[in-house]
Write a protein that binds this ligand. Structure first.
Ligand code: 13P
Length: 280
């Protein structure tokens, strides 16, 4: 069932667990995520970066693929297709017009006033069409789609201003997490996380889920995180397995055997992740 993220994240916020957002890269990845989440009977958000959308052919290709998989594999769990870090109104509009059920508008590289203006434009277009909207405050740094950026932490005041001026459905406050690998131990600002969660009625999102120690993930959920984004983690698990397959089997040439050799590794890692998230 294709849905926006509102019901799944509001339940998670109320019952203190996190819904996984797994970034997708291709057909196989999407199929494995859907099959495993169906097997575990949990909701899932399929995150699509602009780079991944381009790689897969475009937004229409992705919604066509996801809708086809839901039907052919009899997937009955709630599934949300969400653009990850949409960089402009135009990108979000294109995704919505192609059937995405959710968007993240990331205007966090601008001053708050401009971030609000762009986010509000997206919210107006999205809400009229039943699409949910996530926005970012402060700036979550790191490396994503080969682009490196610096982080700036969010404040309660900026989160409140953004929420009150736009009525977004979820918020990703930058609080020390980064995309990709961490240099040393991640330093998350749990105190501010709790204050933001206590003062905003919408769910909080944690980006950069890869490499955060389990006890910090648990603490983040206790302090109000309802959606956790995971990308690099599954990429590493998959590529390690496929690398071994190619190294150890010099006769393999069928792409289904090469790409597909990562299936079990992805599925068992998903199971570990959502057990930690206590996803229901
Ligand atoms: P990681 O690659 O660090 O898991 O981050 C994913 C993410 O936050 C996507 O928005």
């Amino acid at each position: 069932m294709l849905v926006n993220f509102n019901e799944m994240l509001l339940n998670a916020k109320k019952e203190k667990y996190a819904v996984p957002h797994f970034n997708i890269n291709n057909l196989e990845w999407t199929k494995y995520i859907l099959e495993e989440c169906q097997n575990l009977n949990i909701p899932v958000i399929l995150g699509v970066s602009e780079g991944a959308a381009k790689y897969m052919g475009g937004f229409n290709t992705i919604t066509g693929m996801v809708k086809g998989l839901l039907k052919d594999l009899n997937i009955t769990i709630p599934v949300c297709i969400h653009i990850d870090h949409g960089s402009s109104f135009e990108v979000c509009k294109k995704a919505i017009d192609a059937g995405f059920t959710s968007v993240m508008i990331d205007a966090s590289r601008y001053e708050l006033k401009e971030n609000i203006k762009i986010t509000k434009e997206v919210v107006d277009y999205a809400h009229e069409r039943g699409v949910s909207v996530e926005a970012e405050v402060g700036h979550i740094g790191g490396t994503e789609d080969n682009h490196t950026s610096q982080e700036t932490n969010a404040t309660l005041e900026d989160c409140l201003t953004l929420y009150n001026s736009t009525k977004i459905d979820s918020i990703a406050p930058a609080l020390g997490s980064v995309h990709g690998f961490y240099k040393g131990e991640p330093n998350l600002d749990f105190a501010t996380m709790k204050i933001i969660n206590d003062n905003l009625p919408i769910p909080l999102v944690l980006h950069g889920g890869t490499g955060i120690p389990n006890e910090k993930i648990e603490k983040a959920i206790e302090n109000g995180i309802s959606k956790i984004n995971i990308n690099t983690d599954l990429q590493v698990v998959w590529s390690n397995t496929v690398r071994n397959k190619i190294k150890n089997d010099d006769k393999v040439y069928d792409p289904r055997k090469i790409i597909g050799s990562g299936e079990e590794a992805i599925k068992s890692r998903i199971k570990e992740i959502v057990t930690l998230f206590k996803t229901k």
